[in-house]
Design a protein around this ligand. Structure first.
Ligand code: NG1
Ligand code: ZN
Length: 552
């Protein structure tokens, strides 16, 4: 059946679009790992079209609220980005990504009309359906202008909307799910930013209730000079008195140029160095959020200033081990299984530890949390983290029911069960969330009475390096399907050369893939020794530089 365009609506769209002309670029925009991301001054029209797509998506989803988040996460301050959030707080369904791309690349009113018609017809969108969009942005100054472009599209399409102002990305995901479950038996939480803090702090109090004592040492949080700073401060106001001793650094959101600049999770992880403003003494516990507070990584220095990273792989292994113990102690290990999902960027030593020590199954997916999330959602309990600190733990309906119904046979079983139930509320079920993951890690360290030293001692990371090569056309780099992006299909000559280089190093592993968020290809390498790793990655970068562009 053919669905017709509403001519009045389309007239209003064209009129509104006049204020947000498409940037005059030759290249097409693409909906990458985390939506559209680029220099903020190119984004006006893209955000406008995202508003149109979000409105159509809401109509398709029976009027449920769709989320739009304006952020460029860990990218520099001059960038920005936009992504769409589906009704249960998950990333936009992948079938719709081409629609978003198609619309953002329409260059004339005719093309825009064709795109609109195409979506309405292929996705079968009823014009008369209700439509609602909720949105927020991070602290980037360009966000305010982009919000105006978004509102223009929502108003032209007669879409009800709520502007939540400045939020972390996971807070917006929370609000989308809370909005759409408000009338259900089990609403996800109160539909407000306040409701988010209330939910987390209540769950945290319950989760540490059976710990012998709260962590006895302070923890310092580097907020990347981004939105995580004010939001972490608000969270602290809601936490039980004296539960955690939290210091905050890098909270200068009033100076945009400081955002992610020599600080934040991405800087610490990729440069394997402490951030600006670091004042930690040996074994002090520090962590860093990224620019939109969906990633977190921990680290510390040993005596002699040796830097030690506790990244996403460490959080995944810590969480899986702890939840596994609780499941066993609660007497549910016959009923509930746990799996870990990683990407090829996970350190090889972490994978070995999960399989050999924790005796859990590891599955690999392509980069991008939507892929990990999808696989983890199929497990009873699915723990997924990218090495960069983006991840969460998903509890299936089946697991939650089993925890609810289970009758504990002893006080120990009851305590384990209560802690487990608290974790299902503490851990953000929509997306990786630095604030929620922070409370999770602190809960686990309190229960285990661990310092960073014991946490680090669980396994030894293989030396590794992540580099970036600028190439003339990153789209020339495609991966072989089913290899979790560890092998290149094109350019044809590159993979054999990588294999040849890698074969010369003990425990060597190296792969190259096109970034979905930056105009570059990433080169990841691991080897038994630090100097081998450096050498391996440098050789591969050199080859790519000589082959397809210039290495930085
Ligand atoms: P790209 O640029 O596609 O490598 C990066 C991260 C992803 C994910 C996205 C979204 C690495 C190697 N890649 O993607 O894991 O977090 O950004 O922010 O860390
Ligand atoms: Zn982020």
């Amino acid at each position: 059946m053919a669905y017709d365009i509403n001519e009045d609506e389309f007239k209003a769209i064209l009129k509104a679009a006049e204020d947000w002309p498409r940037a005059d670029t030759l290249a097409d925009f693409s909906y990458g790992t985390a939506g559209f991301r680029m220099r903020a001054d190119l984004l006006d029209y893209v955000v406008f079209t995202v508003g149109l797509v979000a409105s159509l998506r809401s109509r398709k989803c029976a009027g449920n609220a769709i989320g739009v988040m304006i952020t460029a996460s860990h990218n520099p301050a001059e960038d920005n980005g936009v992504k769409i959030v589906d009704p249960m707080g998950e990333m936009l369904m992948s079938d719709w990504e081409p629609y978003a791309k198609f619309m953002a690349n329409a260059r004339t009113p005719e093309q825009l009309r064709n795109c609109f018609m195409h979506i309405i017809n292929t996705a079968q969108v009823h014009d008369h359906n209700a439509r609602k969009v909720i949105f927020a942005r991070d602290t980037r100054p360009s966000g305010a202008r982009l919000v105006r472009a978004l509102k223009a599209a929502l108003e032209a399409t007669n879409t009800e909307y709520v502007d939540y102002g400045i939020l972390t990305t996971p807070q917006l995901h929370y609000l989308v799910k809370a909005t759409n479950t408000v009338k259900m038996d089990k609403p996800y939480g109160e539909v407000s930013e306040e409701g988010y803090y209330k939910k987390l702090s209540k769950a945290f109090s319950e989760a540490i209730n059976h710990a012998t004592r709260p962590p006895s040492t302070p923890v310092t949080v580097d907020c990347a000079n981004g939105v995580g700073a004010p939001k972490m401060k608000k969270l602290i106001e809601h936490l039980p008195e004296g539960a955690l001793d939290i210091q905050i650094v890098n909270d200068r959101i009033e100076s945009p140029e400081d955002l992610n600049n020599h600080c934040g999770a991405d800087f610490v992880k990729t440069s394997q160095r402490v951030p600006q403003s670091f004042t930690g003494k040996a074994f002090d516990r520090w962590c860093s959020l990224d620019g939109d507070a969906d990633r977190i990584i921990y680290y510390f220095v040993e005596e002699g200033k040796v830097f030690r990273l506790l990244d996403g792989d460490r959080i995944a292994t810590l969480a899986a081990a702890f939840i596994g113990e609780l499941v066993r102690k609660a007497g549910l290990d016959e009923v509930i299984t746990i799996a870990i999902v990683q990407t090829a960027y996970a350190n090889g030593a972490s994978t070995k530890y999960v399989e050999q020590n924790l005796k859990l199954k590891v599955e690999f997916t392509n980069t991008g949390v939507k892929h990990l999330h999808h696989v983890a959602a199929m497990k009873d309990i699915g723990v997924y983290f990218e090495a960069n600190g983006h991840g969460t733990v998903l509890f299936s309906e089946r697991a939650v029911k089993a925890m609810r119904k289970h009758q504990p046979q002893s006080t120990a079983q009851m305590e384990a069960l209560e802690t487990l139930r608290a974790l299902t509320d503490l851990i953000n079920q929509t997306v990786g969330d630095a604030l929620s993951d922070f409370l999770l890690v602190e809960t686990i360290l309190a229960h285990k009475e661990w310092t960073v030293k014991e946490w680090l001692a669980t396994y030894t990371d293989l030396p590794n390096k992540l580099a970036k090569c600028l190439v003339t056309d990153r789209s020339a780099y495609t991966s072989v399907p089913g290899t979790a992006e560890q092998r290149l299909a094109t350019p044809a000559r590159v993979q054999p050369k990588i294999d040849e280089i890698v074969s010369k190093y003990r425990d060597g592993r190296c792969f190259v893939r096109a970034s979905g968020t930056e105009d570059a290809v990433r080169v990841y390498g691991e080897a038994a020794e630090v100097y081998d790793t450096e050498d391996l990655v440098a050789k591969v970068c050199d080859f790519i530089g000589s082959y397809g562009g210039k290495s930085p």
